[in-house]
Design a protein. Sequence first.
Length: 469
Amino acid sequence: MKLKKDFLWGGATAANQYEGGYNEGGRGLSINDVEMGARHGVAREIHDYIHEDAYYPSHEATDFYHRYKEDIKLFAKMGFKCFRMSISWSRIFPRGDEETPNEEGLEFYDRVFDELLKYGIEPVVTLSHYETPLTLVKEYGSWRNRKLVDFFERYCKTVFIRYKDKVKYWMTFNEVNGCLEVPRPWHQAGIIYQEGEEHYQTILQASHHMFVASAKAVIAGHEINPDFKIGCMLIYPTTYAATCNPEDQILMRDIMNNTYYYGDVHVRGRYTNTCTSVWHKHNVTIKMEPGDEELLAKGKVDYIGFSYYFSGIAGNNAEEIEGNVLKGGRNPYLKMTDWGWQIDPLGLRTALNELYDRYQVPLFIVENGMGAIDTVEADGSINDDYRIEYLREHIKAFKDAVEIDEVDLMGYTPWGCIDLVSAGTGEMRKRYGFIYVDKDDEGKGTLERRPKKSFYWYKEVIESNGEKL
Ligand code: BG6
């Protein structure tokens, strides 16, 4: 089996790290707008309002808001078949709880989608990529509160109706399973635990609200346009048992079950034994409303979008490594990026096989890539051979998953196809792009765009449908 002829090659971004224009066009604040700038290796500081003298990277980000035409032209030059972006929820509903949307916000995305379609680029849209409106956090307690289900449903219906002839591929919540993995699920769920709050109880109840919200969005979306393909989005933590000690195997399965918890509800449409065992392990009771189980069963996703950056190992004595969301055990066979993320292309092949074996729905790799420091040479060139090497090996690995293992794969959108702000650290110097953006960690720079060496390499990869690597 070869990669499909209409394989969706492209790149991925998110409004909170790329769009900017945070107070323009009637937009309200979202959770990222109160998160401070570059913090290497430590949690970023979060305020509950904007301090005049502090630097917030999301406010301008890398300015897609004003430069979308120039950027989309560059994506078209690379031959993108699709482009993953997110809609900033608070651009459409500035507070999150309004009855009517902000027309100016809707018009902005009309212009963006039209520009993409002009070049034959299919938009792939995440509905909530670390984008909960700040008012919903401050006044409602964010996803702890069941009311957010209705607010999210209203937002989804609004954009589904508005863009029903422009956008076909959607995803509900970015890296939704990440909220169970982090000590502070601010990005995924808009939650910072209060003193004394039971973490598992809170986050699994909040997750239930997100599951119901996702299911309602899927049901509404399919009614509005039966051709819509609506996926969930998981972060996938390929994990190897550290040794053949059976205890390490059990530990590995325990780690994976946190991810399957989210996959099972989205794809199988119910809380499976994997899920209920997580409840019982952590003494959690989920409060459901009548009809919730039917909604989950009816609102199953069409595909799984997932991110894959690195793998980890599971064993009691494994040294710990840390990503932005996930932790893992250090694997002595693997090299690491400058940010300590283990480079493991074969782990992507494993991820594809594990997900496809378990769920039997099409898969879409919607994030993958290597954060690295790039140097602009005296002649203006940026020779990012390390990035090419990383991506080439990962592409080989997913091609094997398709060609040898016969996994159903829809497409590939490497993360941060144009440089943008790091979600984990707020840095600019941690770059993923094929296109360089002149901006530094203090927010200084001309914002000028410049293709890197990888830009020309990826263009040929797409042109040859992955044959020329
Ligand atoms: C994923 C997120 O976790 O990883 C992205 O979906 C994020 O938003 C990406 O940017 C890379 O992580 P980081 O921390 O290097 O930006």
